[in-house]
Design a protein around this ligand. Structure first.
Ligand code: HEC
Length: 432
C-alpha cells in the first residue's frame, strides 16, 4: 500500500471528514451568500442615501468577517487534514487532476480575505462608491471560490466530463466541466444566499432589539434573497438529480438510509419554505429570537442532510469510477486479485501472522466504512449469528452483490482466507 491506513474508532474516518466538512460548509456557504447580500444591500443603502440601513450592514460585516475568516479558515484546513489522512489516494488523484484549480482558488481566497478586511476596517473611511466596489470584489471572489470547489466535489460524484471522460486523458477542464458541475453550482449559490439571509435574521434580531423599524426593514429586505434562494436551489437540485449517473440512481433507489435522508431533506425544505413565507415574508414585524434561531437551525440541518446524501450516494467510489472505498484504483481490482491486495511499502511490511495479515486487510479494505467491533456499521453485528467459515468467506468474496455500495473484493484467495479468519476472531471475542 502506498499510504498508511487511518483507524478512527467507532465513527470511522469518513464520518470524521463528514463532521469537519459539514461545520465548514455551514460557514463557507455563509461566506459566499453573506458576501453577496452585503454587496447588494450596501449598494442599495448608498444609492438611497440610507445611513441607518448602511450602519446595520457595517455591524453585520463585523460578525460576518469574524466568523467566516477565522472559523472558515480553521475548518477549511481541517478538511485537508481529514481527507489526506482518511483517503490519501483519492486526495492524490484530486490534486493531480485539479492542481491548477486549487492554485486559482487560493488566489481568489487571498483576494477574498484582503477585500473582506478592507471592506470592514475602512467601511466609514472609504468613499461610499469605492466601498461598494470593494464589497462587490469580495462577493465575486468568494463566489468564484465556491464555483471552483464545486467543480471538484461534483467530479467526485460524477467523473463524466461534458467534453471528454477523465480516462481519455482528461485534463483539468474536462474534469472540471463534469455533468454535476452546473446543477451543483446553481443549487449551492441559491443555498448560500438563502442561508445567509437566515444568519442575517439571527444577527438582526439580537442587535436591533431597540430599533423595531430598522429590524423590520432588514427582515423585509431579506424576502428577495430568500425567494431567489429557494427557487435557485430547487432548480439546481432537480437538475442535479436528473443528471446523476446510473450507479448513484441505483444506490438511491436501494439504500434505505439515503431514502430516509432524502425524505428528511425534502420535509425540512417544505417546512422551512412555509415558515419563511408566513413568517418574515408576509409579517416582517413578527420575527422573534426563537423564530430566527429555529429557521437557521432548519437551514443548517437541510444543508447537512444534503451533504450526507451526496456522500452516501457516491459509495463505493471515493472519486467516481476512479478511486474505490477500499483505497485502490478501479483499474487495480483485477490485478490485485492475482498479485495480492497487500504490498510491502515504506509504511509497513506484510505481517507473517495470518490473523495480523487479515487485520491489515480489514484496515485497508473495510475500515473506511465499517467500525471493527462497535460503532458505525460495525463488523460484528453485520455477521452476527454466522459462524460457518465457508459461508462467511463466500459472502466476503462477493461483497458488492448484496450491497452495491461496497467495493468488490480485490485480493487473492489466500488473502480472503486471512480476512475471514480475522473477522471470525473479532466476532467470537465479542460473543463471550
Ligand atoms: C465504501 C464503503 C464500504 C466498504 C469499503 C466496505 N463496505 Fe461493507 N457495507 C457497506 C455498506 C454501505 C453496507 C450496507 C449497510 C450496512 O448494513 O451497514 C455494507 C454491508 C456489509 C455487510 C452486510 C452485508 C449483508 O448482506 O447484509 C458485510 C458482511 C460487509 N459489509 C462486510 C464488508 C467487508 C468485510 C469489507 C472489507 C473487505 C467491507 N464490507 C467494505 C459499505 C462498505
Amino acid at each position: 500500500m502506498y499510504y498508511p491506513w487511518w483507524y478512527v474508532p467507532v465513527i470511522t474516518a469518513p464520518m470524521l471528514i463528514a463532521f469537519v466538512a459539514v461545520i465548514h460548509v455551514f460557514v463557507s456557504h455563509y461566506a459566499v451568500g453573506g458576501g453577496i447580500l452585503i454587496a447588494l444591500e450596501n449598494r442599495f443603502a448608498v444609492v438611497n442615501g440610507d445611513k441607518t440601513y448602511r450602519d446595520y450592514w457595517h455591524k453585520h460585516a463585523k460578525f460576518f468577517v469574524l466568523l467566516t475568516v477565522a472559523f472558515g479558515a480553521i475548518t477549511g484546513v481541517g478538511i485537508w487534514w481529514t481527507i489526506a489522512l482518511a483517503s490519501p489516494l483519492a486526495t492524490e488523484t484530486l490534486i493531480r487532476t485539479f492542481v491548477f484549480g486549487w492554485a486559482i482558488e487560493w488566489v481568489f481566497f487571498v483576494i477574498e480575505i484582503v477585500a473582506a478586511f478592507i471592506m470592514y476596517y475602512f467601511w466609514t473611511e472609504l468613499n461610499p462608491k469605492t466601498h461598494v466596489i470593494i464589497s462587490a470584489i469580495y462577493a465575486i471572489a468568494a463566489w468564484i471560490s465556491l464555483v471552483l470547489i464545486t467543480g471538484i466535489t461534483a467530479f467526485m460524484l460524477d467523473s463524466r466530463g461534458l467534453f471528454a471522460n477523465w480516462n481519455e486523458g482528461g485534463n483539468f477542464w474536462y474534469a472540471f466541466f463534469n455533468l454535476q458541475f452546473l446543477p451543483q453550482t446553481i443549487s449551492r449559490t441559491g443555498g448560500a444566499v438563502l442561508l445567509a439571509a437566515l444568519y442575517v435574521f439571527v444577527h438582526a434580531v439580537w442587535t436591533l432589539n431597540e430599533n423595531n423599524l430598522l429590524l423590520e426593514k432588514v427582515v423585509s429586505r431579506m424576502s428577495r434573497p430568500i425567494i431567489f434562494g429557494v427557487i435557485t436551489m430547487a432548480i439546481g437540485i432537480v437538475l442535479s438529480f436528473i443528471l446523476l449517473p446510473e450507479n448513484v440512481h441505483r444506490a438511491m433507489e436501494r439504500a434505505v438510509l439515503i431514502n430516509v435522508l432524502t425524505a428528511i431533506f425534502l420535509g425540512i425544505c417544505l417546512i422551512m419554505s412555509a415558515l419563511m413565507f408566513f413568517g418574515p415574508i408576509l409579517h416582517p414585524k413578527s420575527i422573534s429570537h426563537g423564530f430566527a434561531v429555529s429557521l437557521l437551525i432548519f437551514g443548517l440541518t437541510a444543508l447537512a442532510t444534503a451533504e450526507f446524501i451526496r456522500e452516501a450516494a457516491r459509495k463505493p467510489w471515493i472519486v467516481d469510477q476512479i478511486v474505490l472505498g477500499n483505497q485502490i484504483y478501479k483499474n487495480d481490482v483485477e490485478k490485485f486479485k492475482i498479485t495480492g491486495f497487500l504490498r510491502n511499502s515504506q509504511w509497513q511490511k506484510i505481517p507473517s501472522d495470518k490473523i495480523e495479515r487479515g487485520g491489515m486487510i480489514f484496515m485497508y479494505h473495510c475500515n473506511n466504512c465499517h467500525a471493527v467491533e462497535y460503532g458505525l456499521s460495525a463488523m460484528k453485528p453485520l455477521l452476527s449469528g454466522e459462524d460457518d467459515k465457508k459461508i462467511i468467506k463466500d459472502k466476503l468474496r462477493s461483497l458488492n452483490k448484496p450491497v452495491i455500495s461496497m467495493p468488490p473484493w480485490s485480493g487473492t484467495e489466500e488473502e480472503l482466507d486471512d480476512l475471514t479468519e480475522f473477522i471470525i476472531k473479532i466476532s467470537s471475542t465479542n460473543k463471550k
